[in-house]
Design a protein around this ligand. Structure first.
Ligand code: NAD
Length: 503
């Protein structure tokens, strides 16, 4: 049996289950159809076949889920940190036990290649373990004494929260958002992306099997403008953790304004990888190729703009084009595949529209620039050269395996180009001049910067972006800052003078 066949065999029982019955909501520990019985079709981007039906959440469903989360909150808040830690570790164990199933289901649902998704479940489990271990310290505070008062701080969970996730790496992102919320003592209503609902339900089942009490975590599927919108507007939901497009972030902010929602946004990016001629060019090439073509380029931290020094631009982009042409595009369940299909037809058409735009704007297609014929939403890894930063291909998030290369002469020019976009998520700098690396890191508009490295996530570090790339940070204690409220308690040390009115 080939590796592809063995993965297809692992997928078969999952598909059988999904074809037999729709994915339902999970509210207060119970399966629920949509209040009006509505469902929507979920199709695979690999061959456009039907995966199954999914309950299409209504405002009523969101209301039921928010009420369940509200009812479960006091008890979950008051669960001892040690017990909370144990449950979160058990969820991680459950994820590991079902890692193969999660990997193949994620590939089929999203088109992401098994090469990357094979580790998605394990990374998700790591997120749970990391926040499980941090749970006992979540409420810790400071002592800030003054002359008259012993001032102490502590944190309490904010309450029921809404988590809204996108389709690009749905499993990993769901764990990343939900694990810290539960560790902080919040209860959750999760609305996964309509294009990739499969693993969110597996994750939910794992959590309840691990002993998470009913109602602590609720799942409502459906459309963004329906279920998503209702979640952001619900008065019982105290905060919204959102990962998705910048435009959707703006909408959520407006929708949440009447109920003063606290928001955390992880949005789009148009991230520069800046390559100077003194860098280790082989490593820079490996990293640039990895960071745009892995995960189908559907990656918020992708280095979608290559800023390359003019002295090496021609040779560097020629090598890059050769690597792009050699990338294996194919069935996502074949472990040798490096790029799978894009998520859906609309997204495929959006990505392909930039091939014409690039030519109309005067850039050159140095690799790719075509879709792959046949069923499924496949495109060839693409490189545009000879671009200027004012072109749409240099300014807009394409969110596919498409790289725009721009040559620069000086460090100042590289910095100006790098910062001249609406986004500010990540930046990658390749140089062996340490002073230049520090100068640039200081001046780059980006929430995360890697020098002589690809994106390597370390969970205690802050993750998030500036400008149109987001508000707030994930990771380490930053996640707790979002999911918790600070409290200050001032205790009089003695009998300080209290101003007397009307005495
Ligand atoms: P999207 O904004 O279209 O959808 C994300 C989620 O929001 C989905 O669950 C959707 O149903 C929901 N939604 C849509 N409209 C809504 C509304 N009015 N109210 C409430 N919810 C609504 O994003 P997408 O296309 O699924 O994901 C791709 C985007 O996500 C890209 O822009 C990418 O850069 C971004 N992303 C960012 C990060 C990060 O950490 N910065 C990580 C991954 C993805």
């Amino acid at each position: 049996m080939s590796d592809l066949e063995s993965n297809l065999a692992k997928l078969a029982p999952v598909l059988e289950r999904l074809r037999a019955a729709p994915i339902l909501h999970r509210i207060g520990g119970e399966d629920r159809a949509a209040s009006n019985g509505a469902t929507f079709e979920n199709r695979s981007p690999v061959d456009e076949s039907l995966i199954g039906l999914v309950a299409r959440g209504t405002a009523e469903d969101i209301d039921a889920a928010a009420k369940a989360a509200k009812a479960a909150f006091p008890a979950w808040r008051d669960v001892s940190a040690e017990a909370r830690k144990k449950i979160l570790h058990k969820i991680a164990d459950g994820i590991v036990a079902r890692a193969d199933e999660i990997a193949v289901a994620e590939c089929w649902d999203t088109g992401q290649a098994f090469k990357w998704m094979s580790k998605a479940a394990l990374r998700g489990a790591e997120n749970f373990r990391f926040f499980a271990d941090k749970a006992p310290a979540a409420r810790d505070g400071q002592s800030l004494p003054s002359a008259t008062l012993m001032n102490i701080t502590t944190r309490v969970p904010i309450g029921p929260v809404g988590v809204i996730t996108p389709w690009n790496t749905p499993f990993m992102l769901s764990t990343w958002k939900i694990a810290p919320a539960l560790a902080a003592g919040c209860t959750v209503v999760h609305k996964p992306a309509e294009f990739s609902p499969v693993t969110a339900r597996i994750l939910m089942d794992i959590a309840e099997e691990a002993g998470l009490p009913p109602g602590v975590w609720n799942l409502v599927n459906g459309m963004g403008e329906e279920a998503g919108k209702a979640l952001t507007e619900h008065p019982d939901i105290k905060a919204i953790a959102f990962v998705g497009e910048t435009r959707t972030g703006s909408m959520i902010m407006a929708q949440g304004a009447p109920t003063l929602k606290r928001v955390h946004f992880e949005l789009g990016g148009k991230n520069p990888v800046i390559v100077f001629d003194d860098a280790d060019l082989e490593r820079a090439l490996d990293a640039a190729v990895l960071m745009i073509y892995s995960l189908n380029g559907e990656r918020c931290t992708s280095s979608s703009r290559l800023l390359v020094q003019d002295t090496i631009a021609e040779t560097f982009t020629a090598k890059l084009a050769a690597r792009a042409n050699a990338i294996r595009v194919g069935h996502p369940l074949d472990p040798k595949t490096e790029v799978g299909p894009l998520i859906d037809r609309v997204h495929l058409e959006k990505v392909c529209s930039y091939f014409d735009k690039a030519q109309a704007e005067g850039a050159t297609i140095a690799a790719g620039g075509t879709r792959v014929e046949g069923p499924g939403y496949f495109v060839r890894p693409t490189l545009f050269t000879g671009a200027r930063n004012d072109m749409a291909i240099a300014q807009e998030e394409i969110f596919g395996p498409v790289l725009t290369a721009i040559a620069f002469r000086t460090e100042a020019e590289a910095l100006a180009i790098a910062n001249d976009v609406a986004y500010g998520l990540t930046g990658y700098i390749w140089t062996n001049d340490i002073t230049r690396a520090l100068r640039l890191s200081n001046a780059l508009d980006a929430g995360m910067i890697w020098v002589n490295s690809e994106n390597v996530r370390h969970l205690p570090t802050p993750f998030g972006g500036m400008k149109s790339s987001g508000i707030g940070r994930d990771g380490g204690d930053w996640s707790f800052e979002f999911y918790m409220e600070q409290k200050m308690i001032g205790l009089a040390i003695g009998q300080h003078a209290i101003p007397r009115l009307g005495a």
